[in-house]
Design a protein around this ligand. Structure first.
Ligand code: PMP
Ligand code: GLN
Length: 379
């Protein structure tokens, strides 16, 4: 068999979580919250399992959930999206990313990917016959290089993918960043995917959604995930906001990829999305406490870092600490220190010797303190 993705292996998240289990390590690698979903949500799930239909949801998503998402966009971002024609519920943000990419990228189209980048973007582009064109940001600061982005744009550029707040860097774009992006795509037919799955986890400032940008929103797919927001990564429910023309193409892919998404999960989420907004409005404070707790521990270690501005990830530098690669270091940490992390090189097309690793701090305080204590001991 001639593989369509010959260089793709098992994702680093699966690999490191398995290794964490094998060595009984504290798992700060794969990004998932270690807490139960809120009771107000599981109660509704159980209710709907017993009292509502358990058959296929409508292709675009349960109407009440799309309506709630539409209202939420008005409330938080002042953005008007028609729930009937401009909002689609997907199987996690991963499916939304795949549908958005598939609906606009064809053979030979170029897609600009800003790396370090989430690992699902490039394979999806390549499966559509597209060509990922990488804008490589350098550690430890990952400073956005606008001149280089301008140089990478060509007549073949079809799409630019951005991710704010960013996994793994924890960086958050400001409105001025979106203005610069808008200036670069002005007058072109380039589309934008904005991966905003960490929209509710932002410290020292606010999330500026692409939805709020009047020049970018008309050409953008804005993607989110309930997994991050309600501690339910295993439910796999995400969503995509896009103007009608884009949503129409998006749904053509979605209807033949999954057709529809867990009906019970959607009913439950629809019941609570507006009623329990205090949950996600308080999520930044919830995670800021954890970031600070974990960072206080990290200050006692030999790692160097700039506190994450968003997400539940803290990336640290081990420059000067060891000659190992980041991959070798995370494997040793898992085996010997019993704390698992993710090598940042996994977010690059060609593994870079950036000497950075990523910890997920979406864990109980006790776990974070225990991990901090162990990390103090590393040589
Ligand atoms: N984008 C980013 C940046 C992510 O970190 C993740 C998962 N953590 C996803 C997309 C995928 O989200 P989901 O689990 O909802 O598919
Ligand atoms: N997005 C999560 C992370 O960055 C992992 C998701 C997955 O395992 N596919 O850790």
């Amino acid at each position: 068999l001639k593989s369509k993705l010959p260089d793709v292996g098992t994702t680093i998240f699966t690999t490191m979580s398995q290794m964490a289990q094998q060595y009984n390590a504290l798992n700060l690698s794969q990004g998932f919250p270690a807490f139960d979903p809120p009771a107000f949500l599981t109660e509704r799930l159980v209710h709907h399992l017993k009292h509502s239909t358990n058959q296929y949801a409508p292709m675009a998503g349960v109407p009440a959930l799309r309506e709630a998402l539409s209202e939420k966009a008005v409330m938080l971002y002042g953005a008007a999206y028609n729930p009937e024609t401009e909002i689609t519920i997907t199987s996690g943000a991963t499916e939304a990313l795949f549908c958005a990419i598939s609906s606009v990228v064809g053979i030979g189209d170029e897609v600009i990917v800003i790396e370090p980048a989430y690992d699902s973007y490039a394979p999806a582009i390549r499966l559509c016959g597209g060509i990922p064109v990488y804008l490589t940001l350098e550690s430890p600061d990952f400073c956005m290089d606008w001149e280089q982005l301008a140089r990478l744009i060509s007549p073949k550029t079809r799409l630019i993918i951005i991710n704010t707040p960013n996994n793994p860097t924890g960086l958050v774009w400001e409105k001025s960043d979106l203005d610069r992006l808008a200036a670069l795509v002005r007058g072109t037919g380039i589309f934008v995917i904005s991966d905003e799955v960490y929209e509710h986890i932002v410290f020292d400032g606010a999330h500026f959604s692409v939805m709020m940008h009047e020049e970018l929103a008309p050409r953008a797919f804005v993607i989110g995930s309930f997994g991050k927001t309600f501690h339910i990564t295993g439910w796999k429910v995400g969503y995509c906001y896009a103007p009608e023309g884009l949503t129409c193409e998006f749904r053509k892919v979605h209807q033949f990829l999954t057709f529809s998404v867990s009906v019970t999960a959607q009913f439950a989420l629809a019941d609570i999305l507006l009623r329990e907004k205090a949950h996600y409005l308080g999520l930044s404070a919830f995670y800021e406490h954890k970031r600070n707790l974990f960072n206080d521990c990290l200050k006692q270690t030999r790692f160097r870092f700039t506190p994450a501005k968003g997400t539940f990830f803290q990336t640290v530098s081990f420059e000067g600490l060891t000659d190992e690669t980041d991959r070798e270091l995370v494997e040793r940490l898992t085996r010997e220190t019993q704390v698992a992390a993710i090598p940042v090189s996994a977010f690059y097309r060609h593994p870079k010797g950036g000497k950075m690793i990523r910890f997920c701090f979406a864990k109980d305080d006790d776990t974070l303190l225990a991990a901090g204590e162990r990390l103090c001991k590393i040589q």
